[in-house]
Ligand binder design. Sequence first.
Ligand SMILES: [Zn+2]
Length: 260
Amino acid sequence: MEVKMSRRALIRGLAAGTVVPFAASGCATNPATGRSQFMLVSQGQLAKLSASAWSDVKAETPVSIDPGLNRQLKQVGGRIVQAANLQNQNWEYAVFDTDEKNAFVMPGGKVGFYRGIMEFSENNDQIAAIMGHETGHVTARHAAERYSQQVAAGVGLQVANVALSQKDNRYKGEIAAILGVGVQFGIILPFSRKHELEADKLGVDYMYRSGYDVRQSVRLWERMAADSGGRRQPELLSTHPSPETRVRALDAYIRQRGYV
Ligand SMILES: [Zn+2]
């Protein structure tokens, strides 16, 4: 489900009062992508929603106490965070003790990797590829962007207001889905093709800057594609773009940047 809205429809919505912008709304150029984005939610508001979704996920999913896995995630995660220049946030990490091949990074610095994806990864470079990709979604502000699109379309307005007032948690699944962790609550909201490709590119930028082998990202996506067919579609294997398109685009980008 991706909601798009034309400028005209948005202005109509604003005039009719069906679209209510939040405090920090407007267009801004994203420093990570250089792309102009229309935002109806501030980073602070999104971090607040993330913090609450993070508590929900932790409360509803077994958390692994395996010291090796936890150490590995923190080590790799910390290096990627540094490369993305996000070290000033309050980062929290959790390895969830389920077989799912899935992972997420939420705005505000919440990192969740499932044991399944940790075990599936052949080395730290592949963990870094996943961490880099998910962090790319954050620096490119993809959650904020699709949140804004939904609010602009009137879909998320009530959801957003309720969630921000935190008076009840009726919509926690919807909010979690926008933040990329909805699979926990049975709601999957894939990122768009554009968002996936952006996150892939930023991901290998962060891998390269932190000294990981960027070719392992290509190998990871190839292995993920070969392995798909599970019950739940992992965020990492969004339906867009197709695995072949993705691998080709990533490979071309790595060469173009001179990373290999
Ligand atoms: Zn993604």
